[in-house]
Design a protein around this ligand. Structure first.
Ligand SMILES: CC(C)NC(=O)[C@H](Cc1c[nH]c2ccccc12)NC(=O)[C@H](CCCC/N=C(/NCCC(=O)O)S[C@H]1O[C@H](COP(=O)(O)OP(=O)(O)OC[C@H]2O[C@@H](n3cnc4c(N)ncnc43)[C@H](O)[C@@H]2O)[C@@H](O)[C@H]1O)NC(=O)OCc1ccccc1
Length: 224
């Protein structure tokens, strides 16, 4: 059985990582276009750096939850027949024990140099414009995919979806593309599709089956 699991902010909600669209969601106080677009970074890099520096520091105060750990157990059983494609930029899948994780929207704990294109593991702040460890230029940006930018590893995602038997979506509202289109893509290629979410998402009607409730309960129940 080959499985692709897509995760969103909902899988990290019970760990204390704010989601995007829920009441006190991350975007409150920050208009999306003010902090998560290349244009915003060109016009006000300080605001954007502080936005991601805050989220990067907050990672130290959160831990993986039973949903992350259950996916790590599933990986032990399936090995290369499982791929976790996450929209999340936190590191909770890896800290939960998963290794086969593809961050299609990037990672907080990585810095991307606009000078040399190099990537550097990053745990501190970027607002003070530190030099790139590879080329020395002060051209580092958060290694995340902003609106209007092409998500990472789309080819690998597509080829893996082409041959998957089961597509499972966990903790995502289905509001952001191309991730929101994966269920239809996989379904058209014969995969069974399952939604595990706190409540029906914008795409819930597109799934063969949907179970609603907290990820920390639904995911272990599905895995074990
Ligand atoms: C707003 C939307 C309409 N706009 C887009 O989709 C745009 C434009 C667009 C492209 N195609 C379209 C087609 C139609 C319309 C618009 C578009 N897309 C883009 O710009 C993308 C780039 C988008 C990426 C932007 N970067 C992010 N993140 C990184 C930064 C950062 O994190 O700061 S997006 C960011 O928002 C999204 C948030 O969604 P969720 O994770 O689902 O979170 P949300 O809060 O919305 O929902 C949480 C869910 O969890 C549930 N939940 C809550 N608690 C729990 C719980 N305890 N248990 C279980 N579930 C729970 C809730 O009920 C809820 O359903 C995630 O993707 C997240 O990564 N780029 C692109 O299209 O390039 C071209 C292209 C395309 C294909 C191939 C080649 C080229």
């Amino acid at each position: 059985m080959r499985i692709v699991v897509l995760t969103g902010a909902g899988i990290s909600a019970e760990s204390g990582v704010p989601t995007f669209r829920d009441a006190d969601g991350l975007w409150e106080g920050h208009r999306v276009e003010d902090v998560a677009t290349p244009e915003a970074f060109d016009h006000q890099p300080g605001v954007v750096h502080r936005f991601y520096d805050e989220r990067r520091s907050a990672l130290h105060a959160v831990e993986p939850n039973p949903a992350h750990r259950a996916l790590a157990r599933l990986e032990e059983a399936l090995g290369d027949n499982l791929l976790v494609v996450t929209q999340n930029i936190d590191d909770l899948h890896e800290r939960g024990g998963s290794t086969r994780v593809l961050h299609m929207h990037g990672e907080l704990r990585s810095a991307l140099c606009r000078g040399c294109g190099g990537r550097s593991p990053w745990d501190g702040h970027l607002a003070h414009l530190p030099p790139c460890p590879a080329c020395g230029e002060a051209e580092l940006r958060p290694d995340v995919v902003w609106f209007g930018e092409v998500p990472y590893e789309m080819d690998r995602i597509q080829t893996t979806l082409d041959r998957t038997d089961l597509f499972v979506s966990i903790g995502t509202s289905g509001a952001v593309y191309p991730a929101a289109g994966f269920v239809q893509y996989a379904g058209r290629r014969g995969a069974r599709t399952l939604e595990l979410n706190l409540m029906p998402s914008e795409g819930t009607h597109l799934f063969d089956e949907a179970r609603h409730g907290p990820a920390s309960e639904l995911v272990p129940a599905w895995v074990d």
